[in-house]
Structures are given as structure tokens and as C-alpha cells.
Design a protein around this ligand. Structure first.
Ligand code: BGP
Length: 478
């Protein structure tokens, strides 16, 4: 067997990209609820006015809130052993500051986790996946304010207690390293108080961003320590949006530039969360960029105490790094980079690099020596129905086959890989563009960017293929 016997095959979603029901059963307004839909060519906008001229894709999304039973039954039919999802903070604490949680929100996730358990599926729960009560942006400027650590801990304490016995694996923040990039302002650090307009006009403030990120590190460490002390069966993980960087040429300048990029984008956050302290290279980076992070007494001890049990990451692409400003660029989810002439790109211009996955897995495991999970991977593509009314997504099957082959190689290399949960196992709203047209699913959802569609679900060819892969524990990739 190429994969361990108890390997967790499954799929991944995030609350704000699939649930819809944005104002149902006491739910508050979350950051994604104020972000409009865009496209390949039109940037998304932050428009908290809820202006009817705009389309807000999270409001209905794919209505997982009302259709979770059907969806989880379909996942079970594929044979999922694991389902990664997130808890929407504003279902539990609508503004983030309430002292009592919203019972209807808690009850929803009870139903969802019970449904997973019914099919023997292990829930893997992201506590915060690119969402925050919008009220905390207006009042505190997002994570720049240290008081958010307390609000986050209230949230954690409530969900840890409520879902004991139903959930074992928790991730503190989705792609926490997005906070090292300007795009993190919208998605994770949420320091955009008072702003409305196109995301391309959102001003970057790295000093604020890194301070906000520090608060997330402390929040993550505190949640990990609290979980370890109170729920010994809980396993706590970090989650990194991993972007592999190759030097564009063998010029030492490019090699060093690639190394520095890897340090600050890929390793910095997990070095803090896995090792428990700020890495030495970050000191120079902060000094040279005029960034001074305010640490309170006790922060360092908390970071040291609250290290994670396992490492998880998303993997979509790799880039090249060049010191030549004229090289051709290519697109990405968190950041772009220099184009790699050896790689093909997706419909959205993301470079496809299965072997890069093996390389990343080896780098990660060599560095940390703790279990690793691939919690996102997949191909966003335009799916067209064929004459027979079906989606024959052989391109997606090919993408997954090649990546799973490289996972098997990495396991043979000695990497302790626990799971594979490809992103958007059911079509959902895209993070970067807000589109439905960018589909990742093995299950098609009849929903379109003009708001039409009856939300019905259909199996794509990849559905049957992945079912076979899971049934054979990754042996049959034909
Ligand atoms: C990751 C996010 C996900 C997801 C994915 C695909 O960065 O964690 O939420 O959306 O990227 O990106 P997109 O939806 O932009 O295609």
C-alpha cells in the first residue's frame, strides 16, 4: 500500500463560501458578506452598504446551510473519511462581542457534525476561515486590536466545549500566512475599518498587518494551550497557504531572493506556530522594513507553550523568483510570481505543478518532523455540460491523479502524510474572484454568477473517479 491504512481521504470547504443563509437564525454580518462578486477581469469590492446594485455571493452561496444532509450524503457516497469545514463565527457570536452564544448557530453545527459521524467521517474544523464578524472591523479595525484575542478565545471555548466528542482535529486560522501579504488585509487581518470600494484600492499597511498577525499568533497559541489543557483528545494544527518558490535562474541573486521569499511567505508563520518563537531571519526583515511588533509581557511564553500538533497546508501552485524586473509574471491566489516556462497554467492562470507538491511535502516534513495534512488542492476550471447533460471533467481527474501520484512519492520519501482533502469538493464561491464559474468540485452545483440556477447537485466524472481512488486507498488512479 502506498498510503497508510488509516489515510484520511476527503474534501474541503469553508463556511462563507458554501453555507449562504447569511442572515438566517440569528447570524450576524461577517466580512465576506460585505464583499461583492467579481471576475477574472473585475475586482471584488468591499461594500458594507448592502447596495442592491451589487451581487454578494456569500449571501446564498450554494445554500449548504439548508442542503448539508444531501451534500454530506454525496461525500459519503464517494467514500470520504474526512470532511474539512469551518465554523462561521457570526453564527455563534453575531458581532463577536456577545457574552452568550447564539443557540441556533451552535445547533446547526451539531447537526452537521452528527451527520458526518453518521457516515463515519472525521470532521476537520477550521476555527477561522477568512471571516470575522464585520462589527469587529468597524469597532476595532480587525485584528490590529489586541482585544480580538479575547473575542476569539470566547469563540474557541464555546465551540471546544460544545463539540467535544464530535470533533477532534482543529485548525486555528486558515492560511494564516496571508497576513504576510497585502491580500491578507481583506481576507485575514481585516484592518480596513471605514473602507469601501474596489479591493485594488485597498491601501496596504504592513506595520498594522504584522501587528495583527502577532495577535493571531498569540490567539492561536492560547487556543492550542487551552485545548491541550482541557481536551486531551484534541489535536491542534496550523494552516499555511504554501507557495513553493524556485529561483528563476541559477544566479545566486535569484537563489537568495527565492530563499528570502520562502522564509517570509512560507516559513515565517509555521516557524512561530510549530517551533514557538519568531525565527531569527524575521528580525532582519522587520528591521529593514521599519516594522516594530509590540509584544506584551508573557507573549513569548505563550507562543512557546502553544505549539501545534500537526502541520497543514493548501497547495495550488509554485512560482519562480527573479531579480530581473522584466521577466514575465503569472497569477495566483495570494500572490503572483515569475512565470515558469516548464509549467502549464489553469484557466485562471495558476501554474500547475504536481512534482512541486512532492518537493514541498519533503521540505515541510524535513523542517518540522510532525504529521502533515494537505487540506486544500484542486483545479478551478470552467466546467461545460456535454450533449449528454453531464460534466466530463477529465482535466480535473488528470490534475488530481498527478498530484496524488506525487503524494505517494512523498510518502515513499518518508513524509508522514495523514490526509488529503481537495478544495471545493462541491462547487462553491471563489475566494479571489467571488465567482461560481470557477469550479473545483467533484459535485456540480447548478448556480451561476447572474444568480440563476436551481442549486441542484450533480455528480461529475471526477466524482466516480475519486470514489474509486478512495475505495482502493490511492492504489487505483486509472
Ligand atoms: C485558498 C483559500 C480557499 C479557496 C482557495 C481557492 O487560498 O483558503 O478559501 O478559495 O484558495 O482559491 P479561489 O477560490 O480564489 O480559486
Amino acid at each position: 500500500m502506498r498510503f497508510p491504512e488509516n489515510f484520511l481521504w476527503g474534501g474541503a470547504v469553508a463556511a462563507n463560501q458554501c453555507e449562504g443563509a447569511w442572515d438566517v437564525d440569528g447570524k450576524g454580518v461577517s466580512v465576506p458578506d460585505v464583499i461583492t462578486g467579481g471576475s477574472h477581469t473585475t475586482p471584488r469590492r468591499i461594500e458594507p452598504g448592502m447596495d442592491t446594485q451589487y451581487w454578494y455571493p456569500s449571501h446564498e452561496a450554494i445554500d449548504f446551510y439548508h442542503r448539508y444532509e444531501e451534500d454530506i450524503a454525496l461525500f459519503a457516497e464517494m467514500g470520504f473519511k474526512c470532511f474539512r469545514l469551518s465554523v462561521n463565527w457570526t453564527r455563534i457570536f453575531p458581532t463577536g462581542e456577545e457574552t452568550e452564544p447564539n443557540e441556533k448557530g451552535l445547533a446547526f453545527y451539531d447537526r452537521v457534525f452528527d451527520c458526518c459521524r453518521k457516515y463515519g467521517m472525521e470532521p476537520l474544523v477550521t476555527i477561522s476561515h477568512y471571516e470575522l464578524p464585520y462589527a469587529l472591523v468597524e469597532k476595532y479595525n480587525g485584528w490590529t486590536d489586541r482585544r480580538l484575542i479575547d473575542f476569539y478565545m470566547n469563540f474557541c471555548r464555546v465551540i471546544f466545549a460544545r463539540y467535544e466528542g464530535k470533533v477532534r482535529y482543529w485548525l486555528t486560522f486558515n492560511e494564516i500566512n496571508a497576513g504576510t501579504l497585502y491580500t491578507g488585509t481583506m481576507s485575514t487581518t481585516n484592518n480596513f475599518r471605514g473602507f469601501h470600494g474596489s479591493l485594488t484600492d485597498l491601501k496596504d499597511n504592513p506595520k498594522e498587518r504584522y501587528q495583527a498577525l502577532h495577535h493571531q499568533f498569540v490567539a492561536s497559541a492560547r487556543a492550542v494551550t487551552y485545548a491541550h489543557e482541557n481536551y486531551p483528545e484534541y489535536k491542534m494544527g496550523c494552516m499555511i497557504g504554501y507557495l513553493g518558490y524556485y529561483p528563476h535562474t541559477c544566479s545566486p541573486n535569484d537563489v537568495l531572493a527565492a530563499q528570502q521569499q520562502m522564509q517570509m511567505v512560507d516559513w515565517f508563520c509555521s516557524d512561530v506556530q510549530v517551533r514557538g518563537y519568531y525565527p531569527s531571519y524575521s528580525r532582519r526583515y522587520f528591521m529593514e522594513h521599519g516594522i516594530k511588533i509590540r509584544l506584551e509581557p508573557g507573549d513569548e511564553a505563550e507562543l512557546q507553550a502553544g505549539t501545534v500538533d500537526f502541520y497543514t497546508f493548501s497547495y495550488y501552485m509554485t512560482f519562480c523568483v527573479s531579480t530581473d524586473p522584466n521577466v514575465e509574471a503569472t497569477a495566483g491566489n495570494l500572490l503572483g510570481g515569475a512565470k515558469n516556462p516548464y509549467l502549464k497554467v489553469s484557466d485562471w492562470g495558476w501554474q500547475i505543478d504536481p512534482k512541486g507538491l512532492r518537493w514541498c511535502l519533503n521540505e515541510i516534513y524535513d523542517r518540522y518532523q510532525i504529521p502533515v495534512m494537505i487540506v486544500e488542492n484542486g483545479l478551478g476550471a470552467y466546467d461545460q455540460k456535454s450533449e449528454d447533460g453531464k460534466i466530463h471533467d477529465d482535466y480535473r481527474i488528470e490534475y488530481m491523479r498527478q498530484h496524488i501520484e506525487q503524494m505517494a512519492e512523498a510518502v515513499a520519501d518518508g513524509v508522514e502524510l495523514m490526509s488529503y482533502t481537495p478544495w471545493g469538493c462541491i462547487d462553491l464561491v471563489s475566494l479571489s474572484t467571488g465567482e461560481m464559474a470557477k469550479r473545483y468540485g467533484m459535485i456540480y452545483v447548478n448556480k451561476f454568477d447572474d444568480g440563476t440556477g436551481d442549486l441542484s447537485r450533480e455528480r461529475k466524472d471526477s466524482f466516480y473517479w475519486y470514489k474509486k481512488v478512495i475505495a482502493s486507498n490511492g492504489e487505483d488512479l486509472s
